[in-house]
Design a protein around this ligand. Sequence first.
Ligand SMILES: Clc1ccc(Cc2nnn[n-]2)cc1
Ligand SMILES: [Zn+2]
Length: 260
Amino acid sequence: NGNHWGYSKENGPDVWHKNYPVALGSRQSPIDIPRQVSHDPSLGPIVLDYDHCTSINISNNGHSVVVNFDDTDDRSVIHGGPLENPYRLKQFHFHWGGKGCDGSEHTVAGNSYASELHLVHWNAVKYQSFDQAATAPDGLAVVGIFLETGDDHRWLHTITDAMYMVKYKGSVTDFKGFNPKCLLPSNLHFWTYLGSLTTPPLHESVTWILLKEPIVVSEKQLGKFRLVLFTGEEEDQRLRMENNFRTPQPLKGRRIRSSN
Ligand SMILES: Clc1ccc(Cc2nnn[n-]2)cc1
Ligand SMILES: [Zn+2]
C-alpha cells in the first residue's frame, strides 16, 4: 500500500514502530558491539556447510539485492557456535551507505563499516517453513559480515555484474552456482546475541552471529551497489538504493558473547 515501509524520512526506521510496534521491543537489531565483550569458552566454532549449496536467483525487492537459495533440503546449513540445531541457508543480501558514507547496521565500539552482508538461515529441524520459523524466538540465524573498502574483492564482481540485471524493484534474474563461501573472511571468530530482523516485520527471532573480521571490497565495487534503484521501472521517481540500513537499537540488558 501507499505508506509501505522504506528508508526515507517519511517511511524509514524512525516511523516503523507505527505499523510494527515490536520496533520498540526488548530484543531489537542491530546493536553496537562494545569494546569489551565477555568471552564464552563454551562457544564452539561456527561451521558453514555450503559445499552443495544451490543459489537460484538474484532479485531487487525494493529494500536490498537478495540472492535466494533452494532451501528444500539440508544441502547448505550452518551449525555450531551458539546454535542447538543446524539452520538452513535461505538467502543473503546487503545493507550499504551513500557514496563515501558508511552503511553497516551493526557498529563496533561506535564505528560503522561501509556495508554489511547478511546470510539468513532458518531452523528447519523445529519448524516446517521459513515463515513459521521467522516468528519463533529460535527460528532464524543470521551471519553478519562487515565490508570495508580497499582493494577489489576477487569474487564480488559476479554479484555486482548481476546487479545490473536487477536495477529496478521487482526484477529477478537467474543466479545459479554461486557459493557464498567465497565471501567469508579467513577467520570465523564471532560475537553472538539474541536479536531481530532489521527490517519490518522486525520479528524477534534471530540469533545473530557477527564475524569479527571484515572482508575488503573496493569503492568501485560498492559504487555498483548504488546503481540499483529502490523504485520500479514503471515509477516516474528514480530513487538510488543506498543507506538501506537501520541504526543500532537499545541493548536492554542483553548479553553479548564472544567466541575465542
Ligand atoms: Cl526474509 C527477511 C526479512 C528481512 C530481512 C532484513 C534483515 N533482517 N535482518 N537482517 N536483515 C532479511 C530477510
Ligand atoms: Zn539484513
